[in-house]
Design a protein around this ligand. Structure first.
Ligand SMILES: [Cu+2]
Ligand SMILES: [Zn+2]
Length: 191
């Protein structure tokens, strides 16, 4: 009789243990089910102030943030500011629809600003005399992974914007870079 009681107690303990284990596994699966990285590149058209396609950009998640290849033509030669803006909407001619610089951490503008910089700030690009650019920019401050505060694919997406002038890296809120001349909506296809 005592033996049977002991066996029953052992069985109850075993079942309780199994339930706990089961619960833990479910939690793990939930965590894994949250979308993380998407290594597939995103290709986006770039449009000018007339609404004409003038190039494209390719964004890909890397171990050190996002790599952005910018290919465009028909630009005035010289240094140009390029930023990631907060809204994935490019309405020509002024592209104000793209909003301000992508700024999830409430910083001021510019790499040389002591209160800076925006996550969407990027280094200037240099346009040669033929007006064509093909450059790769890297940003460790943004991600294409969804569900993160610095995700440029959250909600309404974001926009890649080229300006007519260089970014001075210090003037808040936009680096004194002048008009927006090229814009590309950073959104997942189907969004
Ligand atoms: Cu900008
Ligand atoms: Zn900025």
């Amino acid at each position: 009789m005592k033996k049977i009681l002991l066996l029953m107690i052992l069985a109850v303990v075993f079942i309780l243990g199994a339930c706990k284990g089961g619960g833990h596994n479910t939690l793990d699966e939930k965590e894994e089910a949250v979308p993380t990285s998407s290594k597939s590149p995103i290709n986006i058209p770039l449009i000018n102030r007339k609404g004409e396609k003038t190039g494209e950009a390719e964004l890909v998640e890397t171990d050190k943030g996002v790599a952005i290849r910018v290919m465009a033509q028909g630009l005035e030669p010289g240094k140009k500011a390029i930023h990631i803006h907060e809204t994935g909407k490019c309405v020509p001619p002024d592209f104000k629809s793209a909003g301000a610089h992508f700024n999830p951490f409430n910083k001021e503008h510019g790499f040389h600003n002591p209160k800076g910089y925006h996550a969407g700030d990027l280094v200037n690009i240099e346009v040669p005399v033929n007006g064509k650019v093909d450059v790769v920019l890297k940003s460790a401050d943004v991600t294409l992974k969804t569900g993160q505060p610095n995700s440029i694919l959250d909600g309404d997406g974001s926009a890649l914007v080229i300006h007519e002038k260089a970014d001075d890296y210090k003037t808040d809120p936009a680096g004194n870079a002048g008009n927006r001349i090229i814009c590309g909506e950073i959104v997942r296809e189907g969004n």
